[in-house]
Design a protein around this ligand. Sequence first.
Ligand code: SF4
Length: 342
Amino acid sequence: MTRLGETAVLEVEDLCVELSIGGRWVRALNNVSLSVRPGEALGLVGESGSGKSLTALAVAGLLPENARVVAGSIRLKGEAVLGRSEAELNRLRGRALAFIFQNPTSYLNPLLTVGVQIAEVFEVSPELLASEDGGRLRGGERRKLAWRRVVEHLRLVHIPDPERVARQYPFELSGGMQQRVVIAMALIRRPSLVIADEITTALDVTVQAQILRLLAELRASIGMTLLLITHDMGIVAQLADRVAVMYSGSVVETSDVASLFAAARHPYAKALLEAVPRIDGNETTLRAIPGAIPAITNPPPGCRFHLRCPRVFGPCAGTVPPAVALGEQHSVACHLYRDGPA
Ligand code: SF4
């Protein structure tokens, strides 16, 4: 699925974002760099407050009003995201990006049937039907074609009896079915990149597994490129090719998934993996990471993980560790590796 050497769909370089909190600007993202290649799934993983969702919002040009980008660049399909007008951003997002949020209930309009909501995409972007109707169809015929496409997309995400479901309102559907509808809506434009932000968090375990299987299948069938935001290493293992681990606004380790699970290098990445419950182990209690992620209003100096790190030593409290390449697809920001692989 991953094709090395191809132009990245998404490139983020040295992105720094500040938030206005209590009347002053504080740094929330520090030199975040990552890339996603065509057909690839990158897992962006970390605890709450690590900066994953803020990174995703910056990529989509959807930062909140109290945020500002102070350095770095973001390119989607080679086009710069930063510095664009809202109208230009809308056009770029429409062509290149779809965002699937955690809670489908808040995304879907309760007053419209799901079919009408999906069909609205064709109202906004009639060119999506142009290749099929040659630009000739008008009125009722065009609406019929749009409706056929709606039903096809509900079928694509394995909604049973899609003709009936298209005529139902969101409240008539389960949380899992609503999430499938949102995924169908996101795929209509065949976006170059789909950002999925904690999309299974609000679902029960069985439905979560079904949605993950669906995403894996869509990756294979339509070559979906995915930026997967999650706090759950199990989801990363199931769905991602590569992973970027974030802590307190910085990427601390980037690796292919197999290497990270076999031998994570950064102490925080190791601790995250040790906190994952295993069914093949003898341990009866889960290992938690002691302490809490620092407040961005008062971060510790040096390595931001040093107050929680079991390997802390000399330079950690005073110097921010730079990212060190350990291989073509592997880098880590930790003083333990400042001289290369340990
Ligand atoms: Fe731990 Fe030091 Fe590495 Fe930070 S730089 S993760 S404190 S060993």
